[in-house]
Every structure is written in structure tokens, then in C-alpha cells.
Design a protein around this ligand. Structure first.
Ligand SMILES: NC(=O)c1ccc[n+]([C@@H]2O[C@H](COP(=O)([O-])OP(=O)(O)OC[C@H]3O[C@@H](n4cnc5c(N)ncnc54)[C@H](OP(=O)(O)O)[C@@H]3O)[C@@H](O)[C@H]2O)c1
Length: 157
């Protein structure tokens, strides 16, 4: 199954250049709890951003796939050259962790969405691509320190 996880504010903002526009420890904690034992898929920009954040420490995921059109050699990750082929053919449970481009390309394949709604607006320049959230059913919602943690599942047609 393909799942996706992201945090966005009231304007669907998700990034400021190549970093998060905010620092919410509760959301980082939530993200870690959902991804630490997972096989994750991300774009090259998000991978580079995480690498500069973790510096020499290993990235905290069980298995890492990185999508990049250009040939790339990742010491700790598997290069995904053909994203659509990968999404169609994989039998693994995959958690998509960003960024904008990869979210947009993966959304049609995603069955479950973990969306953290960050209240208020923030400064930044990268937005989650608009889509119809009513195609999904809310299956869980918790509120903690101004963050709304939601889980949605695609309504099967
Ligand atoms: N708020 C959140 O939860 C959250 C989470 C993660 C990231 N973000 C934000 O998202 C932003 C980064 O997003 P981004 O869109 O710039 O970068 P990205 O999605 O991380 O990476 C884009 C990469 O995807 C590759 N790509 C595009 N189409 C492809 C295809 N069909 N097959 C394989 N690879 C393909 C591109 O390759 P080429 O370079 O070769 O074109 C590029 O390397 C940052 O601001 C970050 O902070 C926010």
C-alpha cells in the first residue's frame, strides 16, 4: 500500500525554500513514529534537505527510496529512476515523505494520507498541490498543541 505523510498550514504551505517553514517538536515526534520502521520514498530535494539536517547521522528509516530523473548514487538509499513504474509494480508498503513534486506524482496511487494541519499561516514558498480532500474519508483525528493530526483513506469507487 502507498501512504503519504505531510504537514501543511491553513494555506497548504509545506516548505520554505528547501526546509520546513516551522519547528513543531510534536509534529516531528509524530513523523518519526510513523516513519521509523517504514520503507520511505522521497524526492532528491527532500533527501538532500534531510541529509543536511542529520549531517553524519544515519537517516532514521528502515529502507529509503529516492526519486530522481537524473542518474544518482545514494550511499544509503535506492535510486528510483522510473517513479510510475515503481509505484505500479511495488508490493511493499511505502510511506511517501515529500516533497511537493513527489507528493503530486504519488497522490493518485496513495490509499492513506497522514496530514498534519498546522493552524495559522506561515512564511514560505512551497505549497501542497490542491486536490479534492472529499475523495478521502477521515478515519482519525487528534488535536495537540495547535496541531491537528488526521488520517484519511481513499473512498473506493
Ligand atoms: N511540510 C512537509 O511535510 C514537507 C515534507 C517534505 C518536504 N517538504 C518541502 O517540500 C519542498 C521540496 O519539494 P520539491 O518538489 O522541491 O522536491 P522533491 O519532491 O523532494 O524532489 C523532486 C525530485 O523529484 C525528481 N522527479 C521528478 N519527476 C520524477 C519522476 N517522474 N521520476 C523520478 N523522479 C522524479 C526530480 O528530479 P530532477 O531534479 O532530475 O527533475 C527531483 O530530484 C521543500 O520546501 C521541503 O521543505 C515539506
Amino acid at each position: 500500500m502507498i501512504e503519504m505523510i505531510w504537514a501543511m498550514d491553513e494555506n497548504w504551505l509545506i516548505g520554505k525554500d528547501n526546509v520546513l517553514p516551522w519547528h513543531y517538536p510534536k509534529d516531528l515526534q509524530y513523523f518519526k513514529s510513523k516513519t521509523k520502521d517504514a520503507a520511505v520514498l522521497m524526492g532528491d530535494m527532500t533527501y538532500q534537505s534531510l541529509k543536511s539536517y542529520y549531517k553524519t547521522k544515519p537517516l532514521p528509516f528502515r529502507k529509503i527510496y529516492v526519486a530522481n530523473i537524473l542518474p544518482a548514487d545514494y550511499p544509503d538509499a535506492i535510486w528510483v529512476k522510473d517513479l510510475f513504474h515503481f509505484l505500479k509494480e511495488t508490493n511493499e508498503d511505502i510511506m511517501v515523505i515529500g516533497g511537493k513534486t513527489i507528493y503530486q506524482l504519488c497522490l493518485p496511487y496513495a490509499k492513506r494520507l497522514y496530514i498534519t494541519f498546522v493552524l495559522r499561516t506561515h512564511e514560505g514558498n512551497v505549497y501542497f498541490p490542491r486536490f479534492n480532500l472529499s475523495d478521502y474519508q477521515l478515519i482519525n483525528k487528534t488535536i495537540d498543541e495547535g496541531l491537528i493530526f488526521t488520517v484519511y483513506e481513499r473512498i473506493s469507487t
